[in-house]
Design a protein around this ligand. Structure first.
Ligand code: SAM
Ligand code: DTB
Ligand code: SF4
Length: 346
């Protein structure tokens, strides 16, 4: 019988999951995964930085903070036409969701109106839309919802007790408030964090516990591995053991069984075998395309080959008026030939 969706995880329970023998943890996570999801399907999103750099915040991991010398050049908000051209290309390459990121602390109302126009146009292509623009108030969230925005990404980033070592220019509570405005506007939530910032295992458990105990589980949970960027305070921090990253994915899957868990930043630095373990442990979403916001992501060709090697297929999004056929493997409708009913390529 499927496990109930819980919002009352204790820190000790989450820490105990992390402490399980690796094979035991992966078995449990994969079992939960199969109860709620097709184990061979991966949702594919493409990310675009629509307003890059020059950010006033001090997030210690971020190459877009103006105060760090990272070589990222500040750019203005892109035009509607320029974003639409990139969204069309992402759709043609097989993405089903288009995520737009802006290096703002919080957008001004006039910025939100411009992004709403962009969202309307991207939505018109038949793509799911996601935006991450910083802190929002209730009215701004409602404006974006009306424009057709499907998801809003706003991460907790880390455990409440480690947060103050990473960001000083806004509080944990500010993030929780934005998430509340997003939920109240009826937007779906994309919310996760970063591991590998020098936090302890207890603090990784704290991040996942906080996410799982939100009033509703985020529909998407991006788990980022820190991408170390020269010039940021976290450059040079001790790298995380890859198996500890896999454990973090597995625990996220167990705590939030019905959510999409996104194997997010850090894939370019990750071995294919570690990615395969992440998919087994419950990751079922990725960013696809050569760039994240300012840093690299695996080549499209590499990802197509990886999907083929692992018999993975991309998840289709069926909308009212449009069917987005989003299989990056261009699978034959006859299926994979294994007689298992999936649509993976042979
Ligand atoms: N400025 C907005 C904000 O902070 O909410 C939106 C963009 S911000 C770049 C989105 C998320 O990207 C951050 O919350 C963080 O989790 C992630 N991120 C930024 N830099 C990263 C890095 N070097 N490695 C991994 N994740 C990173
Ligand atoms: C998320 O959790 N990860 C993405 C997306 N949401 C916006 C961003 C990753 C950024 C990695 C660093 C960069 O490319 O600038
Ligand atoms: Fe700014 Fe967002 Fe980067 Fe923080 S994570 S510095 S808020 S762009």
């Amino acid at each position: 019988m499927a496990q109930p969706i819980r919002h009352d995880w204790t820190r000790a329970e989450v820490a105990a999951l992390f402490a399980l023998p690796f094979n035991e943890l992966l078995h449990r996570a994969h079992s939960v995964h199969r109860e709620h999801h097709d184990p061979n399907a991966v949702q594919v999103s493409t990310l675009l930085s629509i307003k890059t750099g020059g950010c006033p915040e001090d997030c210690a991991y971020c190459p877009q903070a103006a105060r760090y010398d990272t070589g990222v050049e500040a750019q203005k908000l892109m035009s509607v036409d320029a974003v639409v051209a990139r969204a069309q290309a992402a759709k043609d390459a097989g993405a089903s969701r288009f995520c737009m990121g802006a290096a703002w602390r919080s957008p001004k109302d006039r910025d939100v109106l411009k992004v709403a126009e962009i969202v309307r146009a991207v939505k018109g292509l038949g793509l799911e839309t996601c935006a991450t623009l910083g802190m929002l108030n209730g009215e701004q969230a409602a404006t974006l919802k009306q424009a057709g925005l499907d998801y809003y990404n706003h991460n907790l980033d880390t455990a409440p007790e480690f947060y103050g070592e990473i960001i000083h220019t806004r509080q944990y509570q500010d993030r929780l408030d934005t998430l509340e405005h997003v939920r109240e506007a009826g937007l779906k939530t994309c919310c996760g964090g970063i591991v590998g910032m020098g936090e302890t295992r207890e603090q990784r458990a704290g991040l996942l516990q906080t996410l799982a105990n939100l009033p509703e589980h985020p529909e998407s949970v991006p788990i980022n591995q820190l991408v170390q960027v020269e010039g940021t305070p976290l450059n040079g921090v001790q790298a995380l053991d890859p198996f500890e990253f896999v454990r973090s994915i597995a625990v996220a899957r167990i705590l939030m069984p019905a959510s999409m868990v996104r194997l997010s930043a850090g894939r370019q630095q990750m071995d294919d075998a570690v990615q395969a373990l992440c998919f087994f442990a419950g990751a079922n979403s990725i960013f696809y395309g050569e760039k994240l916001l300012t840093t690299g992501n695996p080549d499209v060709e590499h990802d197509r080959a990886l999907f083929k090697r692992l018999d993975l297929h991309s998840l289709e999004v069926v909308e009212e008026a449009n069917t987005v056929h989003a299989d990056i493997m261009e699978a034959d409708s006859a299926g994979c030939g294994h007689g298992c009913g999936c649509s993976a390529a042979a």
